[in-house]
Design a protein around this ligand. Structure first.
Ligand code: GNR
Ligand code: NI
Length: 176
């Protein structure tokens, strides 16, 4: 297994639209295993392949406390969404340190494939519904920050660029 590098907002690669998976092979299993390890190591509850610069429709998720409930969604599609929307505080591994409220449909019906290529359907509500919609947005090149005001987006970009600059400076050895 390997840890993958997570892209940070506003990296333009986060805007790439993911392509459907059509081979449920060993390379898919390796990608899923590496994404799960990366998600656990980063202490996230979900990860979309887009975030690790792989532009395929692959999502991993684990809402349990003890890493005991890994869920994998390949080529997910939202079939229905409730008219009722709810607001939830969201965060993102691609936008570390930023948390804000986003409104989304409360209940969704999703169709997807498992890692073996077996289709399944599920109804999601609560955190599962929030997280699935957040991850499916990533596959479509969208980040939760896009739902916030332009003012907040500007502040977040500035904050992220400063943090990135510091991280780069730290990795460069001093000349003297
Ligand atoms: O770890 C994560 N937590 C989270 C909290 C509220 C709403 C969505 C999320 S997903 C996020 C991991 C991530 O960035 N997935 O793309
Ligand atoms: Ni995210």
């Amino acid at each position: 297994m390997a840890l993958l590098k997570i892209l940070h907002y506003p990296d333009p690669r986060l805007r790439t639209v993911a392509k459907p998976v059509n081979e449920f092979d060993d390379s898919l299993a390796t990608l899923v295993a590496n994404m799960a390890q990366t998600m656990y190591e980063a202490v996230g509850i979900g990860l979309a392949a887009t975030q690790v610069n792989v532009h395929k429709q692959v999502i991993v998720m684990d809402l349990s406390e003890d890493h005991s409930d890994l869920k994998v969604f390949i080529n997910p599609v939202i079939e229905q969404a409730s008219e009722q929307w709810v607001t939830h505080q969201e965060g993102c591994l691609s936008v570390p340190g930023v948390f804000d409220e986003v409104s989304r449909p409360d209940l969704i019906g999703v169709r997807a494939y498992d890692i073996h290529g077996q289709p399944f359907e599920l109804q999601a509500q609560g955190l599962l519904a929030v997280c699935l919609q957040h991850e499916m947005d990533h596959l479509n090149g969208k980040v939760f920050v896009d739902y916030l005001s332009r003012l907040k987006q500007g502040r977040i970009k500035t904050k992220m660029q400063k943090a990135e600059k510091l991280a780069t400076a730290d990795s460069v050895p001093p000349l003297y």
